[in-house]
Write a protein of this length. Sequence first.
Length: 133
Amino acid sequence: MASKVATMDFIRAHGAPTPRILGYAIDENPVGSEYILMEKMSGRAIGDEWFDISEQQRLQILHDMVKLESKPFSIQMPASASIYYIHDLGPDTSKVHITGVDGQVCVCPYAGLRWWYDKREDLALYRGPRKYP
């Protein structure tokens, strides 16, 4: 959850339209679960309109979507793994600092389920970050 929040803020700071995070919790809280509260994005769901628009409009939408989805790939990163705010991590977590968002952001171990699922959490396995040469 913490990585999702930091990643959304980081991507938004680089020009991709993502909702602003209004609040989140990753540890014990009155709700009893992790959560993210975010703003509602303006606009309409494309699925509600897709068959009512022209083929040219659909083509333009697809072109615009590809442009948006390619933005993150143009961001120069110092390492690969998952993005976090430093304040959401323990002091012993390995990290590589990055810039581009209000607050301190870093690249830390991979948050993907495949790295932690079942008994993998107990493995003495380096999960990142991996610095680029």
